[in-house]
Design a protein around this ligand. Structure first.
Ligand code: NAP
Length: 246
């Protein structure tokens, strides 16, 4: 029986996969959500997975209901939602982005975490467990960058959303803790996509290449350890924390 249950989006690779692995290794139960699968995570008996495209936001309420129905929350100490899945593209100036590209990005990176948060709070209201939501944000939510306006806007939206819900929860009897975390720069497929662009198409490509060449990227293992600490610690709701500040 697990003491802690985690629902994590984007567990097929990158930060989400590594974080899920660290939690499973310390004896927690993890339910992952992504379109693809992780062969690493599938080897753990306390890992369960739903293949789901988060851009399908109208399916999220049923998705969360089904995941929660599989959990025995009576003796659970903590239930935690980690909104980690996101996309980076389109990496183009806004005049070159199509309505479809902008819509897909916003559904996946901003609206899905908002709907997941809504359903999670609503559907866990009866539990006596500690409840926590961690929204994985980005420095891009604070620092504007050319050809990244859709991603930056989605991450700025996540930060504002986190602050608003933090205020909403403040006076509740059993408040849900909610924070957003800037993970820094981490070596994953997302970074490979950014530095793989040509300098002509994406002027920020230089910056991503330089960060890689000068060894500024964290490993997912190192970031994962920081996030474990952030999970365990009580941090004031609504805060945006940098991965290494706690
Ligand atoms: N890496 C960095 O340097 C960095 C920096 C700042 C912030 N972040 C943030 O950290 C988080 C994780 O990023 P990462 O670097 O680990 O990225 P990644 O390696 O590209 O992984 C992204 C994950 O999100 C999932 N995902 C994407 N679209 C999805 C969809 N429509 N439905 C369901 N799942 C979807 C992917 O799974 P499927 O493709 O299998 O669906 C994958 O598991 C993101 O929120 C990102 O913005 C990363």
């Amino acid at each position: 029986m697990c003491k802690n249950h985690f629902i994590i989006t984007g567990t097929s690779r990158g930060i989400g996969e590594q974080l899920a692995k660290l939690l499973l290794e310390r004896g927690d139960c993890v339910h992952g959500i992504s379109r693809g699968n992780s062969n690493v995570l599938n080897q753990y008996k306390d890992y369960s997975h739903t293949n789901f495209d988060l851009s399908n936001i109208t399916g999220i309420e049923t998705l969360i209901r089904e995941i929660l129905s599989q959990m025995d929350l009576t003796s659970t100490e903590m239930i935690c939602l980690i909104n980690n899945a996101a996309m980076l593209e389109p990496l183009k100036t806004i005049d070159k982005c199509t309505a479809e590209e902008i819509n897909l990005h916003m559904q996946t990176t901003l609206i899905a975490p908002i709907v997941l948060t809504s359903c999670f709070i609503n559907q866990t209201d009866h539990t006596h467990s500690r409840r926590k939501i961690i929204n994985i944000s980005s420095g891009s939510g604070t620092y504007p960058a050319p050809a990244m306006s859709v991603y930056c806007s989605a991450k700025a939206g996540i930060n504002m959303f986190t602050q608003c819900v933090g205020i909403e929860q403040a006076n509740r009897q059993s408040p849900v803790e909610i924070i957003s975390v800037d993970p820094g720069m981490v070596e994953t497929d997302l970074q490979i996509t950014a530095r793989g662009k040509s300098d002509e198409d994406f002027e920020m490509a230089k910056y991503f290449k330089q960060a890689h060449e000068t060894g500024q990227l964290l490993t997912t293992e190192a970031l994962g350890e920081h996030i474990l600490h952030i999970i365990d610690k009580k941090i004031e709701s609504g805060n945006l924390v940098k991965y290494n500040e706690h």
